[in-house]
Design a protein around this ligand. Structure first.
Ligand code: SAM
Ligand code: SF4
Ligand code: SF4
Length: 384
């Protein structure tokens, strides 16, 4: 039987009252609108990823391998989960601290009952300049055909769908629950029709497992108004048996695509963007806008910690400042304790102000022994 790894948690009530220095005028730790928190490396807080469940209907070997996440695996009890009201209350504090984008994730977020209700409440939040949030969701697509319309009606703007190949045998093996490609494609096109675009499709590339799917995927999505992104297989968590040999560097992915479909490098659209953009080129070598673009997320070979503006909230209300963190900050106890919104925002701002995380930049200096001995949080718990 596999127990869920329970990472150490920092109790925030203590932190708030004892160890946090009081904010000083102009040091970035004050509450908005006077000043927004900036971490020790000068990074803003712009993007909040909220995991709404630790459960999933897939068993992707790189994320929730079947041997570990088997029928005896202990998932979070219902009482541990944040309610929608609690999520919205926390999200509001983040928005007041500068967050402009919220992504719902998991586990598989579409497994959370009545998710549209949460979307509806989050869609009412406004950024500090009064604009709506960029509200999006990452899903494996299995339930998307059924739910796309309701999610759009509730106020969701966009979706990102994970799909690791077009070959049915390869895909069924990767999701390890024998789920067919056709149903995910149905979900993608239903979401497009519902207006949840521009849709992004994420493909995690594992050398020797699905790299033969790179070109078929690029051919399939070219010209369909969908941005296909290739993600380097990462050493998140400790259960997936990650080896550097299984990583296919983005540079190789780009070379392989460009050998058949010429590409041209594009400028980033915003700071903190995780993907490097490449456009399909026309005969003159210029970007053919109608053919669209692809992206590569080089989390392993080209670290982008320098402008990482993302915070992650787990299903049970712990705040993580990095995908590779080994500890979280217990916002749930703060939330369920007797604290005001202002106190909560102050605590969150102070946590961000002390942030030093830059794991991907340091990865190459971590020895395999140390990596194997690490107790890092799992992707399905923290959300992608
Ligand atoms: N279940 C949803 C899905 O698969 O889209 C949302 C959660 S999933 C953890 C979020 C993203 O993380 C997915 O795009 C998935 O492919 C990616 N992911 C999971 N494990 C990964 C790993 N070891 N390396 C790179 N990406 C990974
Ligand atoms: Fe589930 Fe997403 Fe992880 Fe695959 S990547 S096991 S779909 S949470
Ligand atoms: Fe951000 Fe951590 Fe990833 Fe660096 S390793 S980009 S700090 S989540």
């Amino acid at each position: 039987m596999s127990e869920r790894f329970a990472p150490p948690v920092i109790p925030l009530v203590d932190l708030r009252h004892t160890t946090m220095p009081p904010p000083e005028p102009g040091d970035g730790a004050e509450l908005a609108p006077k000043g927004l928190p900036i971490d020790t490396l000068g990074r803003n807080l712009r993007d909040l990823r909220i995991s709404v469940t630790d459960r999933c209907n897939f068993r992707c070997s790189y994320c929730m391998p079947k041997e570990i996440f088997d029928k005896d695996h202990t998932y979070l009890p219902h009482t541990s989960l944040l309610s929608f009201e609690e999520i919205v209350r926390i999200a509001r504090q983040f928005v007041n601290l500068g967050v402009q984008k919220i992504r719902l994730t998991g586990g598989e977020p579409l497994l959370r009952k009545n998710l549209e209700r949460l979307v509806e409440q989050l869609s009412k939040l406004r950024t500090m300049d009064g604009s709506p949030l960029d509200l999006t969701l990452t899903t494996n697509g299995a339930l998307l055909a059924k739910k796309a319309k309701a999610l759009q009606a509730a106020g969701l703007h966009r979706v990102t769908v994970s799909l690791d190949g077009l070959d049915d045998t390869v895909f069924r093996r990767m999701n390890d629950v024998d789920f067919p490609v056709a149903a995910v494609l149905d979900g993608i096109y239903a979401a497009q029709e519902a207006g949840l675009g521009p849709i992004k499709v994420n493909m995690v590339v594992k050398r020797g497992t699905n790299d033969q799917e790179i070109l078929p995927m690029a051919r399939h999505f070219k010209g369909r108004g969908i941005v296909l992104r290739f993600i380097e297989y990462m050493d998140v968590g400790v259960t997936n048996g990650w080896r550097m040999d299984d990583v296919m560097p983005s540079e190789e992915v780009i070379k392989r695509i460009a050998s058949e479909l010429p590409l041209v490098s594009l400028e980033p659209t915003s700071s903190g963007e995780t993907a490097q953009r490449w456009g399909f080129a026309d005969e003159s070598g210029a970007h053919d806008i109608s053919a669209g673009e692809i992206g590569v997320i080089s989390s392993v070979t080209k670290a982008f910690c320098g402008d990482c503006n993302r915070a992650r909230l787990t299903t049970e209300g712990q705040l993580y400042l990095c995908l590779f963190a080994n500890r979280g900050y217990d916002l749930r106890s703060l939330l369920r304790g007797n604290v005001t919104d202002e106190e909560m925002a102050l605590a969150i701002g102070n946590i961000w102000r002390q942030r030093t995380d830059r794991y991907s930049e340091l990865r190459s200096t971590i020895t395999p022994d140390k990596r194997a001995g690490a107790r890092r949080v799992e992707m399905s718990y923290i959300g992608g």
